[in-house]
Structures are given as structure tokens and as C-alpha cells.
Design a protein around this ligand. Structure first.
Ligand SMILES: [Zn+2]
Length: 84
């Protein structure tokens, strides 16, 4: 392995501990729920999920779970930004 890639791997390890460097602007995922698999998306700072609960509430266990997993990396929206 050449020395330049070794340096990049070291840097990648450091970066991976600093999640605030990453700002997710959009992504798509499949979410395996207890009963079914759902298509969950984050686009333009807004969540979408194809489950029935989301259709009526615009939030659901799938989007909230992904928010917890990705919290530091999601593009901050005024309504979800900390109020301190
Ligand atoms: Zn859902």
C-alpha cells in the first residue's frame, strides 16, 4: 500500500469521529419495520415515509429512528434546531 493512501485512511478515521463535519442534504433508505419494509427519504430538509402513520402525522417511528441514528449529520432545520 502506498504511503499516500495510508495517510488518507488515518484522516478518514479522524473524520469519522467528527460527525459534525458531515451534513446530509438528502438520502433514501429502506427501513425494515416489524411488519413491513418502508421507503424513507430525507430531501430538502424534510422527511418522507411511505407508512400510513406518516401520511397523517408527517412523522413516524421510522423517521424518528433515522433522526436518532443520523442526528448530528442532518441538515439543521429551524423547527428541530436546539433552542439553547
Ligand atoms: Zn414510517
Amino acid at each position: 500500500m502506498d504511503s499516500s493512501i495510508i495517510g488518507k485512511i488515518e484522516k478518514a478515521k479522524q473524520y469519522s469521529e467528527q460527525k459534525d463535519r458531515v451534513n446530509i442534504t438528502s438520502f433514501a433508505a429502506t427501513f425494515q419495520g416489524n411488519h413491513d419494509q418502508y421507503d424513507v427519504r430525507f430531501e430538502d430538509g424534510a422527511w418522507r415515509c411511505q407508512c400510513h402513520f406518516f401520511a397523517s402525522r408527517e412523522v413516524c417511528s421510522h423517521t424518528m429512528a433515522l433522526q436518532r441514528i443520523l442526528e448530528e449529520m442532518l441538515t439543521k432545520q429551524p423547527e428541530t434546531a436546539p433552542t439553547n
